[in-house]
Write a protein that binds this ligand. Structure first.
Ligand code: SF4
Ligand code: SF4
Length: 154
């Protein structure tokens, strides 16, 4: 089932990117797939309407829940991160007052967390894959995924 839902969410992203003027080739590259699959998404041949409905219901959830679900759909964090970044404007915020400088968040698997001034970590948005691991690692809740204006509504 997760792979069906992943396909449904990819199809929704493909349609969104198409509306934004991206070419099929560009969408295929972005979603790391082939043009035939993108063509099926755009023409409604795949996945099924039922899968698309369920996928859309997930995206209708508050973004913090939708992102958590998307992150469970694949171990390929490059692709989940691309999907999330196509759908939402999201970044990791560090609340300095809550940080106890424990360094746990430096365990980010993608090297996106770096030591900043006075030992308070900073997150490099280019490297961040929005996996949420650092927010679970932080013992004080100083790290949070912050959703800016939702791209779906732009
Ligand atoms: S959300 Fe994931 S990729 Fe981004 S900084 Fe945190 S651990 Fe690293
Ligand atoms: S895990 Fe939390 S408390 Fe520890 S250094 Fe990172 S932000 Fe600060």
């Amino acid at each position: 089932m997760p792979e069906h839902i992943l396909s449904g969410i990819k199809a929704i992203v493909a349609m969104k990117l198409r509306r934004e003027g991206k070419l099929q080739k560009e969408i295929a590259e972005y979603l790391n797939t082939n043009r035939t699959e993108i063509s099926h998404y755009l023409q409604g041949r795949h996945p099924s309407k039922k899968v698309l409905r369920t996928s859309q219901e997930i995206l209708n959830l508050p973004p913090q829940y939708a992102v958590r679900i998307i992150n469970t759909l694949s171990d390929d964090k490059e692709i989940t991160s691309r999907i999330i970044k196509a759908l939402y404007r999201v970044e990791v915020e560090v609340e300095r007052e809550k940080c106890i400088l424990c360094g746990e968040c430096l365990e980010c698997p993608y090297g996106a967390v770096e030591m900043g001034d006075f030992g308070v970590p900073v997150v490099n948005p280019e490297r961040c894959r929005v996996c949420g691991r650092c927010t679970s690692l932080c013992p004080t809740g100083a790290l949070k995924l912050i959703f800016l204006k939702k791209k779906m509504e732009e």
